[in-house]
Write a protein that binds this ligand. Structure first.
Ligand SMILES: Cc1ncc(COP(=O)(O)O)c(C=O)c1O
Length: 422
């Protein structure tokens, strides 16, 4: 592989998606220089169209007041549900299986209320040891909510000693071993710290064979890797829209509930009027009758201002399609990886799996130098206008995002890191 910058430029010139960068506002430094923004795994860049979408709602609100629910250019009443088809395409689901609502941890709680139903011997909730803290807190509190003891009923899967990522076979073996006592499996589609993409199909099948319900946190997976939740038989999933979906800070989140649960009026849930059957929602009756499908888990009026940027971004996803984005993503991340191995091999360990099928856009780079030097190198990147992020202990995460990152971005990052660690 050629390591020179001209090669990066040649790869950019040959990139069929390169023009899409202009549809995003890549953040700038104070002096107006465009940053090398490699943080789409944390907060995606702003689609230029997002401002129009937000302003449209502000204008409709000014002009129409309450009538905007029905008469806005994009009526607020159905604003959230109109995004379901585009999201369904990204996660391999039917539109009825998707709801745009709340935020990620809230959705995990709502779905666990319905799908984590400890009974008899089957009381445990299986998560991974290095679960994102919010997922862990949610899981632990759900176990306690049922009067159970997390020391017994929160099972935590860890990689093998000396290994960084989970092996699919080990996950399956753990589910088979503890199956009779596991009520629910809750795992990440892409692990936040290592960037590992788990094998959702195989693990879900194992969970269901063992009689568990199976749910996924897709925060780092949606819009990043191809997903087929319906065919995999996943029971439920939740995600946020502010990472690869570019929905903006605090954007409203999403939820998936498999079609086989669409009409399960028997499932306990925390109800609110927005989850009531749409045909009779405004009759204001006292009895809750859930809307079929994932929308039956909604609670409140959708916050359209926190959804508008997502609507803009989804237009782009629909135009380009995940297949083309993923193709570029695999090439871009592969290029970043090759540069890191060739130029930083002595001082950096890539925690993310090598197999493109087992990762998304992001690479997690552990700097094998003392922590102060590692942190100084990270700060040096930021000072040079390069924006990955830092996760303890000593891990730099960098995601070249196919919509708006270039091969030159990857080259610039590795070149700077090499000189900072040199
Ligand atoms: C994997 C994962 N789970 C949960 C969360 C928490 O999301 P929220 O603050 O939207 O509830 C995040 C946030 O980045 C995340 O990355």
């Amino acid at each position: 592989m050629r390591l020179d910058r001209e090669h990066a430029h040649a790869l950019d010139a040959a990139d069929p998606l390169r023009a899409w960068r202009d549809r995003f506002v890549v953040p700038h430094s104070d002096d107006g220089r465009e940053l090398v923004y490699l943080c789409g795994h944390s907060l995606g860049a702003q689609p230029t169209l997002a401002t129009d979408y937000v302003e449209e709602i502000m204008r409709d609100w000014r002009n129409l007041g309450v009538e905007g629910h029905f008469a806005a250019r994009r009526p607020w009443l159905t604003y959230a549900e109109r995004l379901a088809p585009a999201l369904a395409r990204l996660i391999g689901a039917g539109p009825q299986e998707v709801a745009v609502m709340n935020t990620l941890t809230v959705n995990l709680h709502l779905l666990l209320v319905s799908f984590y139903r400890p009974a008899g011997e089957r009381t445990a909730l299986l998560i991974e040891r290095r679960a994102f803290p919010s997922d862990r807190y949610a899981a632990e509190s759900q176990v306690r909510l049922h009067g159970l003891d997390p020391a017994r009923d929160l099972i935590e899967l860890a990689p093998r000693d000396g290994e960084i990522c989970l092996r699919t076979d080990d996950v399956v073996a753990a589910i088979e071993r503890d199956g009779p006592r596991i009520a629910t499996v809750l795992l990440p589609g892409v692990q936040y710290l290592t960037g590992q993409a788990l094998d959702i199909g195989t693990i879900t099948a194992a969970g269901r064979r063992a009689g568990c319900t199976v749910g996924w946190d897709l925060a780092h997976a949606i819009g990043n890797v191809p997903l087929r939740l319906h065919d995999a038989g996943v029971d439920f999933a939740a995600w946020c829209h502010y990472k690869y979906l570019n929905g903006g800070p605090g954007a409203v989140g999403g939820a998936f509930v498999h079609e086989r649960h669409a009409n399960r009026g028997d499932l306990p849930r925390l109800a609110g009027w927005w989850g009531h059957d749409q045909a009779t929602r405004f009759e204001m009756g006292p009895d809750f009758r859930p809307s079929p499908g994932a929308s039956g888990w909604q609670i409140s009026t959708p916050p359209v201002l926190a959804i508008a940027p997502l609507a803009a971004s989804l237009e782009h996803f629909d135009t380009v399609g995940l297949t083309a984005l993923r193709k570029k993503s695999v090439a871009l991340t592969g290029y970043l990886e090759a540069l890191v191995r060739a130029r930083l091999g002595e001082t950096v360990t890539i925690l993310t799996p090598e197999d493109p099928a087992a990762r998304g856009a992001a690479l997690s780079l552990r700097l094998d130098v003392d922590r102060n030097r590692a942190r100084a190198a990270f700060d040096g990147l930021r000072a040079r206008g390069i924006v990955p992020d830092w996760r303890e202990p000593g891990v730099i995460r960098a995601a070249p995002v196919p919509f708006y990152n270039s091969f030159d971005d990857a080259w610039t990052c590795v070149d700077a890191l090499q000189s900072l660690l040199g």
